[in-house]
Design a protein around this ligand. Structure first.
Ligand SMILES: Nc1ncnc2c1ncn2[C@@H]1O[C@H](COP(=O)(O)OP(=O)(O)OP(=O)(O)O)[C@@H](O)[C@H]1O
Ligand SMILES: N[C@@H](CCO)C(=O)O
Length: 357
């Protein structure tokens, strides 16, 4: 009997919110909004075909080296001396692109899993996380999307430089239909690139996300951050971070404690010129919006995350109103959508069918 060969792979990856409160590049949570990928393995010699449905579908590249999911999968395969086999891929992605809900992190996670399954790599989840971290370059989104729940994570100092992020990779090198010649094998990442813990989160808490109709790329939003911070600002965030992580686990979360603990001095202020209306939105309080615990930018923005225990839709509408009276870069009012999401326990899940001869 020959070894089983995969015939069909189904992958589901949750979106994520990150930078929660003072947790820039640290805190992330997986959300009940899912990227799904369905892959059928084609006979050798066939061309890979990608069908993409979902948010802003026309902007997503459908060629193997350009599409983030397949480019990632090719790279992971190449790291193991293999080539991604030809596939018929259906990607359905309701996660809005470039809005701070971890679409790229979810795509990277899907790509790593796709390679693992299609090329029978046998990677553990922890090893997959090493690859995701290397590719994404910061840990908050991919840790939450791969592992699920409310996560706190850090990268080991050795790969903290942003140039390791595979978004910069010339994927064409790794995406031919043949395994790359040995001399061009990319170096797999060292082990345990990051460390993480899953934190308890009160089941009463919902993530109200208010998603404006404009994109903000993470690359641009990272480029406006300062290279160094004052001691006062670092202490400001560290103090709140330690209080916030425990305060969010209480069965009856206290807005009195959480609201102040969700303040940040590391990224929001520097990015506010990229998100019109942000200072007014971040000034919303539990007094004005009963049920609100705390409010911040989700990921690199422009989406706003309101953690709340009640009145979810009306909290969302308050933010919408502010955007409706703010002017976007095209001179018109900013339209937005409110989604009330759960922080989900499960991260990425997948199933693979095999041909056994
Ligand atoms: N499912 C997908 N398939 C292919 N490419 C994707 C997919 N999802 C995201 N991308 C790519 O990632 C880009 C968005 O990444 P970016 O890091 O700028 O924002 P984000 O991940 O949505 O937000 P944030 O990192 O702030 O949470 C998209 O413009 C697209 O090029
Ligand atoms: N921590 C990341 C999240 C976005 O991917 C940032 O703010 O740049």
């Amino acid at each position: 009997m020959s070894a089983p060969t995969p015939t069909h792979i189904k992958i589901t990856v949750p979106a994520s919110t990150s930078n929660i409160g003072p947790g820039f590049d640290v805190l992330g949570a997986s959300l009940s909004l899912y990227l799904s990928v369905s892959a059928t393995l084609l006979p050798a010699g066939s061309a890979t075909a990608i069908v993409y449905t979902g948010n802003n579908a026309h902007t997503v590249p459908l060629t193997v080296p350009q599409n983030l999911i397949t480019a990632t999968a090719c790279y992971i395969a190449a790291c193991h001396g293999k080539a991604l086999p030809p596939l018929e891929l259906h990607i359905d992605n309701p996660i809005p692109l470039g809005r701070g809900l971890g679409s790229s992190g979810s795509a990277v996670v899907a790509g790593v899993i796709l390679a693992n399954e299609a090329c029978l790599l046998g990677l553990s989840k922890e090893r997959m996380l090493d690859f995701c971290l290397l590719i994404e370059g910061h840990p908050d989104n991919v840790t939450a999307s791969l592992l699920g729940g409310f996560c706190s994570s850090y990268l080991s100092a050795s790969i903290h430089d942003e140039h390791v992020a595979l978004h910069n990779l010339d994927a064409t090198v790794y995406c031919s239909n043949n395994p790359p010649p040995n001399g061009r094998l990319p170096l797999p990442p060292v082990e345990n690139i990051g460390r993480h813990v899953r934190l308890p989160l009160s089941p009463a808490i919902r993530a109200v996300v208010i998603i404006p109709k404009f994109e903000l790329s993470t690359k641009l939003a990272r480029s406006v951050l300062p290279a160094s911070y004052s001691r006062a600002d670092v202490i400001f965030n560290l103090q709140r971070l330690s209080v916030l992580t425990l305060a969010l686990s209480s069965p009856e979360p206290s807005s009195d404690l959480i609201y102040g603990a969700m303040q940040d001095r590391v990224h929001q202020h520097y990015r506010q010129h990229l998100v019109p209306g942000l200072p007014q939105i971040l000034a919303l309080t539990p007094e004005k919006c009963p049920g609100l615990l705390g409010i911040c930018v989700s990921g690199a923005g422009p989406t706003v995350l309101a953690l709340a225990v009640a009145n979810f839709e009306s909290i969302g509408r308050e933010v919408q109103h502010i955007w409706a009276s703010s002017m976007g870069s095209d001179g018109s009012a900013i339209e937005s959508e409110v989604r009330v999401l759960e922080v989900v326990d499960d991260g990425a899940t997948w199933s693979t069918s095999y041909n056994v001869e």
